[in-house]
Design a protein around this ligand. Structure first.
Ligand code: ADP
Length: 408
């Protein structure tokens, strides 16, 4: 009886060993199958335990980041991303809502790898929690974006230089006046010195006029130089009324030469937006220059520029929010209805060959959209055009009551 029991027990032990071996084989097969699948995907894959320690990755992850899983210390989420990103990822896993994250993945070489991350949590039947992250490498996309932005900067710079060329005629005229005055008063001084008598008072007066005209000429040249320099790209609060005044004072001689009446109606309150000063100068410079050109054949040309704060629906937040609205209107040739959609296309121009590149409005549109704004045009052919530029108002104190103050 005793031998019989031993035999049964031995048989049971053998069965158990066979079953364990089979299970092990199955697990190994599954493991090598998942490893082969993971090796085949071009995205970076990593699996973490409950404490966000990395358990498994695919080869792509190790190759791109340079990390190794054999190192003495276990790799954790905090080794892979910045602290604030790691906290956000932990929170997203905890809430079970993992929206796509953009992050910089650390690499052994030190440069971050820009990625888009997706994640999900799996709990196996034994209650083991596994966090899975899949990261798509975005470095090529970012390189392309950087190249595009660089190209756009160069385009804007070239367009500023082109504007500079257009303005040169007007500014040249503006400089002639102080230079003539300087010549005249300097000659007066010389004549006085050659004539006997006390001319100290007259010399002092003439010389101070000369100094005044030199200062005027210098300020004209300084403004031109500021237009020719390359643009800074940092966004900061910019006051649009000041920009408009600057542009109009710069174009003053062009407006005077073309006998254009200026109707300027700027808001009493500051009209601040978040943007880049030189880019916003470019926007209003282009719009006003287009208006001047459009009024070339009009008997009583009139340019109207207004600014005010309005409440508009923000299509991103779906809330009514304060925007700065700047309008530039002329009573020039106008734009035929079928062309109104095309004028923002790059290289669309109705000007004679060699006079317009057709880039002005496409750049204006890009810049305004870059600051979360938009531009609209209304025009009655033969009567004039009305351009409206909307850019979200920059509100220093973002409490709801203040955000809406002043908006109409
Ligand atoms: P360009 O001035 O070099 O032609 P833009 O992109 O600035 O390039 O303008 C594109 C076209 O839009 C112009 O050729 C012109 O036909 C039209 N346009 C722009 N602004 C006005 C305006 N204020 N009045 C009439 N037409 C305009």
């Amino acid at each position: 009886m005793h031998d019989q029991a031993i035999k049964i027990l031995e048989k049971q032990r053998q069965d158990l060993v066979v079953r364990v071996l089979k299970k092990h084989e199955e697990m190994e097969a599954t493991r090598s199958f998942t490893e082969r699948i993971l090796a085949g995907i071009s995205e970076l894959f990593l699996l973490m335990d409950q404490e966000f320690k990395v358990i498994q990755t695919n080869r792509e992850f190790l190759q791109r980041t340079g990390f190794s899983l054999d190192a003495g210390r276990r790799l954790t989420l905090d080794d892979l991303v910045r602290q604030d990103t790691a906290d956000a990822i932990r929170q997203a896993f905890a809430k079970g809502e993992f929206a796509e994250f953009e992050a910089q993945l650390a690499t052994v070489a030190g440069q971050g790898l820009p990625v888009k991350m997706r994640g999900s949590t799996h709990v196996n039947p034994n209650g083991l929690v596994l966090h899975m992250l899949i990261c798509s490498d975005c470095s090529e996309f970012y390189d392309l974006m950087t190249q595009m932005q660089e190209g756009q900067k160069q385009l804007i710079h070239s367009s500023r230089l082109a504007s500079l060329g257009e303005m040169a005629a007007g500014v040249g005229h503006e400089l002639t006046q102080p230079l003539n005055a300087i010549l005249l008063f300097a000659r007066n001084c010389l004549k006085a010195l050659e004539t006997p008598g006390d001319h100290a008072e007259m010399l002092r007066e003439n010389l101070s006029i000369i100094i005044d005209r030199v200062n005027k000429a210098s300020s004209i040249i300084a403004t031109m130089r500021s237009f020719g320099t390359k643009a800074e790209e940092e966004q900061a609060p910019v006051e649009l009324n000041a920009i408009i005044r600057k542009i109009l004072s710069f174009l003053e001689s062009q407006l005077r030469l073309s006998e254009i009446v200026l109707d300027l109606r700027l808001a009493d309150q500051p009209c601040e937006v978040l943007g880049v000063e030189v880019r916003l100068e470019q926007v209003f410079l282009n719009l006003v220059q287009n208006a001047i050109q459009a009024m070339g054949r009009v008997d009583t040309p009139r340019l109207t520029v207004t600014s005010r704060i309005v409440l508009c629906l923000n299509l991103t937040t779906m809330l009514k929010e304060p925007y700065v609205l700047v309008t530039v209107a002329d009573n020039g040739e106008g734009i035929a209805e079928e062309l109104q959609k095309k004028i923002f296309d790059p290289f669309f121009t109705t000007r004679e060959v060699g006079t317009g590149m057709g880039l002005g409005l496409s750049i204006v549109d890009r810049i305004v959209r870059g600051f979360a704004g938009y531009i609209e045009v209304e025009s009655a052919p033969g009567h004039g055009s009305y351009f409206s530029v909307y850019i979200p108002q920059y509100v220093r104190d973002a409490s709801p009551n203040l955000r809406r103050s002043g908006a109409t």
